[in-house]
Design a protein around this ligand. Structure first.
Ligand SMILES: Cc1cc2nc3c(=O)[nH]c(=O)nc-3n(C[C@H](O)[C@H](O)[C@H](O)COP(=O)(O)OP(=O)(O)OC[C@H]3O[C@@H](n4cnc5c(N)ncnc54)[C@H](O)[C@@H]3O)c2cc1C
Ligand code: FES
Length: 346
């Protein structure tokens, strides 16, 4: 059985079967509704049901609270329709027309750049290019049907290889394989591009980038795109990691800053070692932003990294006047979130 889903603000509509995830149906229909993890963890695909019945599906309570459910909110990456629906949600513009594709990719080069970050470069078949917008991500399709999301760290003008920055997750199925078994020339299957973490080019507002760990990857893609375009918007990157060894590519933003008057780089260490002899900023990366600004209303923020950091940054930046629709984020959620109260030894 299929239902008609109408987005009130744009009057766009799409058809979804009763067993079809609403976000997937909207992507198939070429609509550009913002989303991130596609697994009910980040909250980026939140929408309001104005009319009709849905099954909410499975999601994490941190992404959709009881109160939000009572007020009609749903996560489009989890919910299915039980009737025709009228919903309210945002629609994005830049990813228009880029449909995700499944492609084979050969691992061209692997570079273990720090104790827990591997940079890998993927090569597509010679007659293929992946059309994408800087900041989007791809998913690896694993043999058992699971998927793992990783952000593209290169910009589209430089697409001979797809560059990814993978942090080793202790006990993580895919990243353990990459670090311990995978060899160059391995063939993987990818699907993409996905995601709505990309530069809003129509704006000329100054930008604050906030990266946590490998959250630097999509921001690198966006900054390289902006520099390629000689974009004159002011940019300031705060990159937060634990200690100096985790700033796995620090020479690059330092170089951007040396070569471009409109780019500033602020590395922030949350737990520097004595041997780091660190004299720079310390603490949580979003706190460094809060220390430097008393009004965020004239800015756009692009924030990427651990979900806890992204949520904390979002909440505190709103209190400092950042308009809700000027905060863009990708939360690096785990593909298989822990059940509540589970014990993990890391
Ligand atoms: C849109 C998007 C883009 C992403 N881009 C990147 C990227 O560019 N680079 C990158 O490094 N990562 C990125 N991630 C995160 C990455 O997809 C996940 O870390 C992924 O789950 C790793 O796969 P894995 O198979 O190694 O680990 P999994 O097998 O998925 O996870 C390991 C298991 O261990 C548990 N676990 C381990 N450590 C922890 C912990 N500290 N807290 C909670 N649970 C834990 C988890 O529950 C999980 O079940 C992105 C995620 C999303 C959603
Ligand atoms: S919760 Fe739906 S995209 Fe993350």
């Amino acid at each position: 059985m299929s239902f008609k889903i109408t987005i009130k603000s744009t009057n766009h509509n799409f058809i979804a079967n009763n067993d079809e995830i609403l976000l997937s149906a909207s992507i198939d229909a070429g609509l550009n509704i913002p989303y991130g993890c596609r697994n009910g963890a980040c909250g980026a695909c939140k929408a309001t049901v104005l009319f009709g019945q849905v099954d909410l599906g499975k999601f994490q309570s941190s992404a959709l609270s009881e109160q939000e459910i009572k007020s009609g909110k749903i996560l489009l990456c989890c919910a299915t329709a039980h009737s025709d629906l009228t919903i309210d949600c945002r629609e994005a513009s830049a990813i228009s027309g880029i449909a995700p594709r499944i492609l084979p990719a050969r691992v061209q080069k692997m570079d273990k750049i720090s104790h827990d970050v591997m940079v890998i470069y993927l090569k597509l078949p010679s007659n293929e290019r992946l059309q994408f917008v800087s900041g989007q991500y791809i998913e690896f399709l694993l043999k058992d049907g699971k998927r793992r999301a990783f952000s593209l760290a290169n910009a589209p003008h430089n697409d001979e290889f797809l560059e990814l920055h993978l942090r080793l997750v202790p006990g993580g199925q895919f990243t353990q394989y990459v670090f311990n078994e995978m060899q160059e020339k391995a063939i993987l299957r990818i699907e993409g591009p996905y995601g709505s973490f990309y530069l809003r080019e129509e704006s000329d507002k100054p930008i604050i980038f906030v990266a946590g760990g490998t959250g630097f990857a999509p921001i690198k893609g966006i900054v390289e795109h902006m520099m390629h375009q000689r974009n004159q918007r002011n940019m300031k990157l705060y990159w937060g990691v634990k200690s100096l060894e985790d700033l796995y590519m620090k020479e690059l933003p330092s170089k951007w800053s040396d070569m471009n008057e409109n780019f500033d780089f602020v590395p922030v260490l949350s737990d520097p070692r004595e041997s780091d002899q660190w004299t720079g900023r310390t603490g949580y990366v979003h706190h460094a932003v809060l220390e430097d600004y008393n009004d965020l209303s004239p800015y756009q923020v692009y924030c990427c990294g651990a979900p806890e950091m992204v949520h904390a940054a979002h909440e505190s930046f709103m209190k400092l006047g950042l308009p809700e629709d000027e905060f863009f984020s990708d939360a690096f959620t785990y593909a298989n979130p822990l059940p509540k109260n589970a014990q993990v030894s890391l």
